[in-house]
Design a binder for this molecule. Structure first.
Ligand SMILES: [Zn+2]
Length: 213
């Protein structure tokens, strides 16, 4: 079923065409057609939708820093004689959730708009785009306190694989557009890497769940 939105008011979501209830005048357009327009405009402005290796530098630096921190903390743990693989995994996941939530929160409106064009739930319920960064923040913070909580790990598996599913479906349609994973300041193209990111977190949480069970 087609979803319709107003080009000026992206928070408007309807399942049939008509006029925008916010501004009254504007004709609602299919959400998918709107996104295509946004992307082609971005491409003209210097290739936001293109996936050259340079687009991945910010992502590589961020993941690199989280990885280095994880290694150093784990080394300290092994020096103290309390190294555990689940703890090491939790360091990486805490870093990932907090940093990725942070970037989304910096440009929360832009993230919500971007996310609402491809996430399965945010496409229907625009407000979910505003809630999602706080879910990641919550995951990161609770993991500091209780990294092996089974209900937390289960929630992470569900949320991250659901998020990855939305990206995977978009990618199958071979549409090029911008990933909202690092908010709007950093232009990351939506590619297989985004799927790996989401499913990667789900897999890490699943492995941890199996280890602690
Ligand atoms: Zn409108």
């Amino acid at each position: 079923m087609e979803i319709y939105t107003c080009p000026m008011h992206l928070e408007v979501r309807q399942d049939k065409a008509g006029n925008c209830p916010k501004c009254g005048g504007m004709k609602l357009v299919p959400l998918d057609s709107l996104k295509a327009k946004v992307v082609s405009k971005n491409n003209e402005n210097g290739g936001v939708g293109s996936s050259t290796w340079k687009n991945y530098i910010p992502l590589a630096i961020i993941i690199g820093l989280i990885s280095v921190t994880t290694i150093i903390l784990s080394f300290r743990d092994s020096q103290l004689g309390n190294f555990a693989i689940s703890t090491t995994m939790s360091y990486f996941m805490i870093g990932f959730f907090l940093v990725f939530a942070g970037f989304k929160l910096i440009g929360l409106k832009g993230f919500a708009e971007g996310y609402s064009t491809y996430d399965l739930l945010a496409r229907r319920i625009f407000a979910y785009g505003y809630v999602y960064p706080f879910i990641e923040l919550f995951f990161g913070l609770v993991m500091i306190l209780n990294p092996t909580s089974k209900s937390l790990l289960l929630a992470e598996i569900l949320v991250m694989s659901f998020s990855g599913l939305g990206v995977a479906i978009k990618l199958r349609k071979k549409e090029k557009f911008q990933c909202a994973c690092l908010g709007t300041i950093l232009k990351v193209p939506l590619t297989k890497i985004t799927v790996v990111e989401d499913f990667g977190m789900a897999v890490l949480a699943l492995v941890m769940l199996l280890i602690v069970t």
